[in-house]
Design a protein around this ligand. Structure first.
Ligand code: ATP
Length: 215
């Protein structure tokens, strides 16, 4: 059955690293992918751009293709953006048999055992850990023990079961981070070819980061 995958983050701002990783996972899994911006990320400092500004950048970045879509459910919910709540609401929408996949970068996955109700996430979805070539995520003991019996080698296992498996997927390594892009903009430089051209072409979308420099 065609899986539904989600890729969450602050997207402050969205960049080519996010988009390429989500695209490759979507193609490999044969999945629709929802990009889900967090309103109030529980695990990190608050974003520079507002939730509305980050959603607007994603909307512009995703124009012209159907594979990756914007999902605003975390922005419409009060309080911290827990992945547990997001997966629960998606599971309710799609029913119990369609595969649901959480796409997650290896760095974020290594911290999973500090997330709200982290063990219950495996009851709701598969985890597809996006790794760079030769990168083996270091995991705390509790997470490694949870993951070991769930590990699968092939995407077919994620397509034939609704939840509960962990797959490491190697995606093109693009050493791009939103932090670097914010720093470039704050220094008056242009992050051309690190973000979609459409973001640079728009006169206001990247302004929050340029303004942050003068704050
Ligand atoms: P920041 O620099 O502000 O921490 P970021 O670029 O890491 O931001 P996030 O919004 O925090 O972006 O990340 C959302 C998701 O995208 C996470 O799962 C993260 O691991 C993943 N990710 C971030 N950058 C890349 C990249 N260059 N390639 C693949 N995945 C990435």
């Amino acid at each position: 059955m065609r899986p539904l995958a989600i890729f969450g983050g602050t997207f402050d701002p969205v960049h080519i690293g996010h988009l390429r990783a989500a695209w490759e996972a979507s193609e490999a899994l044969g999945a629709d992918v929802y990009l889900v911006p967090a309103k109030v990320p529980p695990h990190r400092p608050q974003p520079v751009a507002s939730a509305e500004q980050r959603a607007a950048m994603l909307q512009v970045a995703l124009a012209g293709q159907q594979r990756l879509r914007l999902d605003l459910r975390e922005l419409h919910r009060e309080g911290p953006s827990y992945t547990f709540d997001t997966l629960t609401s998606l599971r309710t929408e799609i029913g119990n048999s369609r595969p649901l996949v959480l796409l997650i970068g290896a760095d974020a996955f290594a911290g999973l055992s500090s997330w709200h109700r982290w063990q219950a996430l495996f009851d709701l979805a598969h985890m597809c850990v996006l790794t760079r070539p030769a990168q083996v995520p270091a995991m705390p003991e509790a997470l490694a023990a949870e993951v070991a019996p769930r590990l699968v080698e092939h995407v077919d296992r994620l397509r034939s079961e609704p939840a509960g498996r962990v797959l490491n997927m190697v995606v093109t390594s693009l050493g791009i981070s939103a932090t670097r892009i914010r720093n470039l903009l704050a220094a008056g430089a242009e992050p051309r070819w690190l973000v979609p051209d459409a973001l640079l072409a728009d006169p206001v979308l990247l302004e929050p980061y340029r303004r942050a420099a003068g704050a």
